[in-house]
Ligand binder design. Structure first.
Ligand code: BG6
Length: 456
């Protein structure tokens, strides 16, 4: 398989899932630091300890051969209270990481915010639920662009607004929304979408040759059957889950008929004239999307197999299948054709370049007797999905890169360390920090060979 040389073969991460050191050097707490954790030490205090191990980890990235690494910046390391004093030690940490990546010819691709909002902003005004968050996000973003913009040219705004709007552990919301989707979910999302517009504009104003994108948790939806009710529900689901946020980012307005339907249900946010003007500001340079597998949708209450609280909606129901409840979900419902279809849908609708910023396979893994992690299923999953990239490029879709989630075994948002995604094993579990040693899995060596074959 041959792809163009400018293509990014990368790996992905996010701050709270790898850094640890959640109180170090002036860092303020964020939503993910204070939410209840499942068990033991599956919290953000150590995670994969990237905060102290970054130099060694970047050497391993170099060994792997990736030409880009996606990381996120922790907002509360830079502004411990979200909108007060700047913490220069926080900037200095990311300076060291970015400079080291560049020394190794690995391009840093930075997500401005990946699920972790400063807790102080929740305490001040309920975080994204308040419009004040838009201004504070813009200020934080401006600081990043002015400080890092000479070295970092590719930026991603806010990871997966859809997941952020639903997950109270990430967005810090105080209301109980476990049983259904409420107008508060959509208000959170509305503020996120306004905030993104400022990020697009600031990037274009402040960073020479800067490029910026939203990051979608794109849902490729199949109807449960060819019955009208299921097909129609599938259309609605895709419109809400996948196009609602991206339409604002790229086209400047919500999808019209879907907006009207949600409005009738009292769920749609009010769009003021001032909002309309902000929505018409800069557009992104490309679309980043995270893809694991596809979903099946039927008419409301066609299936009992919801995964509450996600996607629990009065217009459609999602059947993610029993396997989605297990650690191996992304592989058991693996659908690399769905990646191709997602790219086709996105490119036809928006006609700007695409980047796959997350794709990966989760499992519960421990080294075998020979101290190896022989993760053949992950290798198969990755093989199928990089082949899908080739198919996408064959369709003349400008795909800029593919990033494996994730480089290191990182703290799973939902399952701590009982579920691992890394190309590199980290020797710890939910209860015991052991020695935190890094062990490249067999998939690491597979990806290394694959990248080499692309460079020849
Ligand atoms: C993506 C997120 O939605 O899914 C990652 O961007 C996350 O941060 C990944 O880790 C897998 O989800 P989880 O809950 O299994 O960690």
């Amino acid at each position: 398989m041959s792809l163009n040389k400018d293509f990014y073969w990368g790996a992905s991460s996010s701050a709270f899932q790898i850094e640890g050191a959640n109180r170090a050097d002036g860092k303020g707490l964020s939503t993910v630091d204070v939410r209840p954790v499942k068990t033991g030490i599956a919290d953000t205090s150590v995670a994969a300890d990237f905060y102290h191990n970054w130099r060694e980890d970047i050497s391993l990235m170099d060994k792997l051969g990736i030409n880009a690494f996606r990381l996120s910046i922790s907002w509360s390391r830079i502004y411990p209270t979200g909108n007060g004093e700047l913490n220069n030690d926080g900037l200095a940490f990311y300076d060291r990481v970015i400079d080291c990546l560049l020394d190794h010819n690995i391009e840093p691709i930075i997500t401005i915010n990946h699920f972790d909002m400063p807790q102080a902003l929740i305490d001040q005004y309920n975080g994204w639920l308040s419009r004040k968050s838009v201004e504070d996000f813009a200020r934080y973003t401006k600081t990043l662009f002015l400080h890092f913009g000479d070295r970092v040219k590719t930026w991603l705004t806010i990871n997966e607004p859809l997941m952020l709007m639903y997950n109270p552990g990430y967005n810090g919301s105080h209301y109980d929304r476990a049983d259904e989707t409420t107008s508060s979910n959509f208000l959170i999302l509305h503020h996120i979408l306004l905030a993104e517009k400022y990020a697009f504009k600031l990037c274009h104003q402040l960073i020479k040759n800067g490029k910026i994108a939203p990051v979608s948790a794109f849902q490729n939806v199949y109807p449960l059957s060819s019955e009208y009710e299921d097909v129609s529900a599938a259309l609605t689901a895709e419109s809400i889950l996948s196009y609602w946020a991206l339409d604002v980012a790229v086209k400047g307005s919500y999808p019209k008929t879907t907006y009207e339907r949600l409005n009738k249900l009292g769920l749609a946010p009010k769009v003021s004239h001032a909002d309309e003007i902000i929505f018409q500001m800069d557009v992104p340079d490309f679309i980043a999307f995270n893809y694991y597998s596809s979903i099946h949708v039927g008419g409301y209450h066609q299936t009992e197999k919801f995964i509450p609280p996600f996607f629990n909606f009065p217009l459609f129901s999602v059947d993610m299948g029993e396997e989605r409840k297990t650690a191996k979900w992304s592989a058991m419902s693996s659908d690399s054709n769905g990646l191709v279809m997602s790219a086709r849908k996105l490119f036809d609708r928006y006609q700007i370049p695409l980047m796959i910023t997350e794709n990966g396979f989760a499992d519960t893994e421990e080294p075998d007797d020979s101290k190896k992690i022989n993760d053949q299923e992950r290798i198969k999953y990755l093989q199928e999905h990089v082949s899908a990239c080739q198919e996408i490029l064959g369709l003349e879709i400008p795909l800029k890169g593919y990033f494996v989630w994730s480089f290191l075994d990182s703290l799973s948002g939902r399952e701590g360390y009982s579920k691992r995604y890394g190309l590199v094993y980290v020797n710890r579990d939910d209860q015991d920090l052991r020695d935190m040693k890094r062990i490249p899995k067999q998939s690491f060596y597979w990806y290394q060979d694959f990248i080499k074959s692309q460079n020849n």
